[in-house]
Design a protein around this ligand. Structure first.
Ligand SMILES: Nc1ncnc2c1ncn2[C@@H]1O[C@H](COP(=O)(O)OP(=O)(O)O)[C@@H](O)[C@H]1O
Ligand SMILES: [Mg+2]
Length: 437
């Protein structure tokens, strides 16, 4: 068996590792835009190219005679890579361009939930011009969120109170977007605790993964700018400390309803990973957004505890018989922390080397992200650099293990010490308790 893996971040590193762990001894053909040392070690062939170059990716896949493909980055899904691979006779884990709209268009997603009566939307309206914007913002009493209607790499969404303080500041942002011809979704600001619940699906059957929580802010105490995600944790019971069993059941059912709605809407089954970014609110759970692929960093929590053969799951997704695959997860907690360049995300240092050689890989797993392996060392390229992941029956023990190993990494790096600590988790439990009381 030979598998094409597209992408070169930490997400793809653990996907590749999970493929290689299979008892079927598959070979990996990796199409990447940088030299990820972890993936290079796993891959039988490693091709450097542009993620946007579909022709090069398909050409590589055909030369390598891969049996199937798995796509990491959302940008590839947005460009219809899965459609083109299928045209070339290569089935992929990942949705077609039309189905990926659940991530690539926030208005498509909101409209879909509305049309199929899935009760997860905040109040929202979609605008292509300034007509009616002020009235709508008055209606939302200034507590609103501005969402450009496309992929913005986690940097487009603006939240009242965080990114702008007054109605007029918000209006100015909206006007600038509309002037550029950008469609915007203006929605009610939800108050609660965010979490992620991902589901494997072949479009008809669903297998839910353990819930996880990412930490988006750059600095401890949830301060500083938003990032791609500074780290995440997941618990041995597959839930999260602040959630009730009903919250988890509700989130799972919502993912199933969305899978069905996508099939009705497009006439085609969604094959891949559906990632619900939920928020536990006053009453039940709502949706912040959907992603059409594994979350990074949460993938490092869920695949670390996967006990079944990952390639069986992938083939079940592709063949439409995911119900025949037995999927097991180990009851263990995981903590994942990213080391990021000093100054990240606004002014990250780059083109300097780091050294992870002293990390004990019996204690933690290392996943490489925005680094480039050159002859004289491992270079920072400006984004999240490496992730360390520990697994332990006890969440707080896992956190301590990660911290001890992070101390051994050398370079101009920073990370969030508070992720997975009792202090931060208790504050989240207290905060939701207050909202729900
Ligand atoms: N309706 C909302 N209410 C409160 N916060 C929101 C809302 N929508 C988005 N956010 C916040 O903004 C972040 C980014 O929004 P999201 O829709 O996930 O876009 P993206 O990940 O594409 O930037 C979310 O993780 C969440 O913290
Ligand atoms: Mg998001």
């Amino acid at each position: 068996m030979k598998v094409l893996l597209v992408g070169n971040g930490a997400r793809e590193h653990i996907i590749g590792k999970s493929v290689k762990r299979s008892s079927k001894n598959p070979d990996l053909a990796v199409f990447a835009s940088a030299h990820n040392p972890g993936l290079m070690e796993l891959a039988a062939s490693y091709q450097i190219g542009e993620m946007s170059d579909k022709t090069a990716i398909i050409d590589f896949a055909q030369r390598q005679k891969v049996d199937w493909a798995i796509i990491g980055p959302e940008a590839c899904l947005a460009q219809g890579l899965v459609d083109d691979l299928e045209q070339a006779g290569i089935m992929a884990v990942g949705p077609s361009q039309a189905l990926a709209q659940i991530e690539t268009s926030k208005s498509f997603a909101r409209e879909l939930f509305k049309e199929y009566h899935i009760p997860v939307n905040p109040e929202f309206m979609i605008f292509d011009s300034p007509d009616g914007v002020e009235e709508w913002l008055d209606h939302l009493r200034g507590q609103f969120v501005i969402k450009p209607d496309g992929l913005t790499g986690g940097k487009g969404v603006k939240v009242a109170g965080d990114h702008f303080k007054t109605m007029n500041e918000g209006l100015e942002i909206i006007r600038q977007l509309l002037d550029l011809g950008q469609r915007v979704v203006l929605e009610e600001k939800l108050i609660g605790q965010e979490f992620s619940l991902m589901t494997f699906t072949d479009g008809r059957h669903a297998v839910h993964l353990p819930a996880a929580q990412d930490n988006k802010r750059a600095l401890a105490g949830d301060l500083g700018p938003n990032t791609g995600g500074m780290g995440s944790y997941a618990c041995a019971d597959f839930s999260l400390p602040f959630l009730t069993p009903d919250d988890i059941k509700a989130a799972q059912k919502i993912n199933e309803q969305v899978i069905d709605a996508l099939k009705s809407k497009t006439g085609r089954p969604y094959r891949g990973i559906l990632y619900g970014n939920f928020i536990a609110v006053n009453k039940g759970v709502k949706i912040i957004e959907y992603n059409a692929r594994f979350g990074d960093p949460e993938v490092m929590n869920v695949l670390t505890v996967l006990r079944s053969d990952f390639t069986d799951i992938c083939q079940g997704i592709i063949r439409g018989n995911l119900d025949k695959v037995k999927v097991y997860f180990e009851n263990a907690a995981t903590v994942c922390k990213y080391l990021v360049p000093a100054g990240y995300p606004l002014n990250p240092v780059k083109d300097v080397t780091i050294n992870v050689g002293a990390v004990d890989q019996q204690k933690v797993d290392i996943y490489y992200a925005a680094v480039d392996q050159k002859k004289d060392g491992l270079y920072l390229t400006g984004s999240r650099a490496v992730a360390l992941v520990a697994k332990h029956p006890d969440l707080f023990a896992a956190e301590k293990i990660v911290e001890a190993e992070i101390d051994k990494v050398i370079g101009p790096l920073q990370h969030r010490r508070d992720i997975g600590t009792p202090k931060l988790i208790n504050s989240r439990m207290e905060s939701l308790k207050k909202i729900r009381s």
